[in-house]
Design a binder for this molecule. Structure first.
Ligand code: SAH
Ligand code: SF4
Ligand code: F3S
Length: 448
């Protein structure tokens, strides 16, 4: 059958869709780009904010038209929203054939076949640990120039229960994959051409720590052990990971990253708020000063390290003073990128029991202030790079100007340059920075 899959939400969902595409292809199905030519339409959904659910529901609703033209069409909702709503989604969208939650993704292939054979609506949402090991398959399109980048999910689920967050309810309990499975997967990807691997998990630095929400003591970090093993794989040029929880950066993890060959000096370090009062109401288990200490230790071990973050504006009760503290901390750290979200109450999460007390206009205003701060800071910091020599992993033609190519530094900055004879996507090259734009750099490729 021809199968089309559309993915919403985070990189974990992107990776799940890739693994599902791998399973479907292995079962003899063909993945297609267009919705119109598909026999089966899959929507891998997200629940993290109301907007994400609205988007997926709108899209699935619209697919009714295709089903009217082709009654044989099978439509399925997968992933986080499917998990959260279950049967209710089938009532809401009667042309939907099935709902497959995050704990049952591994049953997709037989489920599609059984629905084809015996048309009836199905909702499968029980949590099952089997999903963990079945999600190692890969479907990699060779036509894609950035095919040298690959992703591995090393944990699933989350045990942290930040008060605003739906993820622990829709992704279930946190479990880590076996280190040997992860290493085998990494080696297979490298043998298949991968040069950069992104390790994924909602709480990725808690890898191998048994789902315990208290981080390991000084000197111990199973996640660092995994990084050390991956660092030994010949031909793997870069290792990245997302998202780590700030309190897991102990001495062991920091020194492992700093002394590694391939782990990138770019850390996504979710802040959420710079106010202790708000952090505590969010059930984030650190204070603003503890967060500052993690940043300072990382900067000390790696003077070139860059940071990105997630911040929520308009959490219930966030005052002007709370917001001022967030802004101050953000400017102090100096992020290269930040994802700023307006608080969205999620039914089922703790904070949604109270009032969504910050007015929408205030959320908008705080969001705009933080984005303006970020824009200013990024263009300033990029200016300081002019004249320096940086190593990039070459990606191929720039999306906006096909005459130019681009690459990324380990610190995750994009550099554009004119290609020279023999330059290959997926290779490491030195570039001299000649000019800074507002979000990226321009430079000249140095001879090999
Ligand atoms: N596990 C990751 C985050 C996954 S969700 C971590 O802890 O960093 C991605 C981001 O969405 C979160 O970091 C948070 O900033 C944001 N987010 C989560 N729930 C939200 C909500 N209810 N409203 C607004 N933003 C939210
Ligand atoms: Fe959500 Fe917190 Fe878990 Fe991240 S750590 S997924 S924000 S509960
Ligand atoms: Fe969304 Fe699920 Fe990811 S809720 S952010 S797709 S884990």
């Amino acid at each position: 059958m021809k199968i089309h899959i559309k993915t919403y939400g985070c990189q974990m969902n992107e990776r799940d869709s890739e693994a599902l595409s791998g399973m479907l292809t292995q079962a003899g199905h063909i993945m297609v780009e267009s919705e119109e030519s598909a026999d089966v339409l899959l929507f891998n959904t997200c629940s993290v904010r109301e907007q994400a659910e609205r988007k997926a529901k709108g899209k699935i609703g619209y697919m009714k038209k295709l089903k009217a033209k082709n009654p044989e069409l099978v439509i399925g909702a997968l992933g986080c929203m499917a998990q959260r709503l279950g049967d209710k989604l089938l009532d809401e969208l009667p042309h939907l054939d099935f709902v497959l939650g995050t704990g049952q993704l591994h049953t997709l292939v037989p489920l599609i076949e059984s629905i084809k054979a015996d048309r009836r609506q199905v909702a499968a949402i029980t949590e099952s640990p089997e999903v963990l090991n079945s999600m190692g398959s890969h479907f990699r399109s060779k036509s894609d120039l950035t095919d040298f980048k690959a992703q591995i999910a090393i944990t699933r689920g989350c045990n942290r229960f930040c008060s605003y967050c739906i993820v622990p309810y829709v992704r279930g309990r946190e479990i880590s994959r076996e280190m040997n499975d992860v290493l085998d997967e990494a080696r297979a990807l490298v043998a298949d051409g991968a040069k950069e691997i992104m390790l994924l998990g909602q709480n990725v630095a808690a890898y191998g720590w048994g789902g315990n929400i208290n981080p390991p003591p000084s000197g111990i970090s199973p996640f660092a052990e995994l990084l050390e093993e991956l660092d030994r794989i010949p031909g793997l040029l870069r290792i990245r990971f997302t998202s780590p929880y700030p309190t897991y950066f102990n001495d062991k993890l920091i020194s492992t990253i700093a002394s590694s060959r391939a782990v990138c000096h770019n850390i996504h370090l979710p802040l959420q708020s710079g106010s202790d009062r708000v952090l505590s109401a969010m059930n984030r288990q650190y204070t603003a000063n503890q967060y500052r200490a993690v940043v300072a230790a990382l900067k000390q071990a790696m003077p070139d390290v860059t940071f990105s973050t997630d911040v929520i504006v308009g959490f219930p009760g966030e005052s002007d003073e709370d917001f001022r503290q967030t802004r101050e901390l953000m400017n102090e750290v100096g992020y290269d990128n930040s994802f700023i979200f307006k608080y969205s109450p999620r039914p089922g999460a703790k904070s949604a029991e109270g009032e969504d007390s910050v007015p929408q206009e205030v959320k908008e205003e705080r969001n705009a202030i933080l984005l303006a701060d970020l824009k200013r800071r990024v263009s300033e910091v990029l200016q300081t790079q002019v004249g320096s020599i940086q190593e990039v992993l070459v990606e191929g033609t720039s999306p906006r100007n096909p005459e130019r190519w681009s690459g990324r530094t380990g610190t995750n900055r994009v550099i554009h340059f004119l290609p020279t004879l023999g330059v290959q996507p997926g290779s490491l090259r030195q570039v001299k920075i000649t000019r800074a734009g507002s979000v990226s750099l321009f430079g000249e490729l140095l001879p090999e």
